[in-house]
Design a protein around this ligand. Sequence first.
Ligand SMILES: *Cc1c(COP(=O)(O)O)cnc(C)c1O
Length: 420
Amino acid sequence: MKVTPQDIVYLDNNATTPVAPEVFEAMRPFLTDFWGNPSSAYRFGSQIHAKVEEAREKVASLLGADPKEIFFTSCGTESDNAAIHSAIETTGKKKIVTTAVEHAAIINQCEQLQKKGYEVVFLPVREDGTLDVAEAAKAVDEQTAICSVMWANNETGVLFPVEEIADLCKRRGVLFHTDAVQAVGKIPLCLKENKVDMLSLVGHKLHAPKGVGALYLRRRTRFAPTVIGGHQEKGKRGGTENVASIVGFGRACELAAQRMTEENLRVRALRDRLENEILARIPDVYVNGRRDLRLPNTMNAAFDFVEAEAVLLLLDKANICASSGSACTTGSLDPSHVLKAMGLSAARARGAIRFSFSIYNSDRDVDRVLEVLPGIIRRLREISPLHHGHRDNENYDVESARAKFAQEQAEKAESEITAA
Ligand SMILES: *Cc1c(COP(=O)(O)O)cnc(C)c1O
């Protein structure tokens, strides 16, 4: 049985977004009639080159950058990896400063570099998920090859003081990179006005298709490519251009710029309404991340005495798509590294659900969640021995009972998923 987009309420836009119809229309000619190679000398190919350059201008414009500073890649992960790789190659230095709450694209690359002998500092965050610039100031020094701090966290939506840290790095002569995958298209950015050296973004988080991303590289920043081949992207990224997707990416950036203010207000209002209603209707719920310093589209809340995986399974049965933290860690029983870094107990972190909105959501979607979620939480709490123990006995050891119950509940949910 297939689940179609008509059936679902999609509230997992930080994992991926639907392709905008306007984007698909912009791409269509390059998947049908105009399939030439942009590097070819004859017009049937070279005319395509102009379209790639137009897309580059649109991406640059959304970022407040120069088109010469934009290089297309295949995904956000590639852009992140390329930035770190280039910094250690061009500087020859052995220290990397990043945060404890980055996406797997940065965290796992840095952990691998650690095994190879690099020193990596993972900056801590506060309980509300925010980052103190003073922590970066303590860590960034002349041995540092690069400091990489995400602009907005994908799990909580919390925004980081990226421009201040970029200034600090500039003063100390250290390269600064930001994973802005979640920020681009949701909040206004202007790279002409800050000191960011490199920035990662990806199409599929802003209504372009999967398989295309970009790296912003400030003019005159030295760069050592990872994907080495032809002269495409001025030698910074070999491989024949993913023309249709690049054109779609450009169109998506153009749309994002046009829709940012208007949709920000509406999307933010939807998110706030869902969050406030959940807090009003369901007891023992905690919002993760500082509420007034977040992306407008993201909410993350911990529901005590339930397992997120069980909640998601029941939401899925009601055709509602949400997530527990990052899509990349779904299926693992480990609590989110982001929530752990914020100091949540493992038990509370395992009850955390993320709802992330886009311009294609409406009040009906919020209504639908509010129709089913309170009942789901109530039902799961009714069968939760934790909840009973908690109610009946003050000295009940919630943490250890929870850990045991979490395992059982998740295993049960997993076997149900496998059976379905
Ligand atoms: C989605 C995401 C990525 C990775 O993008 P891919 O296209 O999956 O490679 C990197 N960083 C953040 C913050 C993300 O949300």
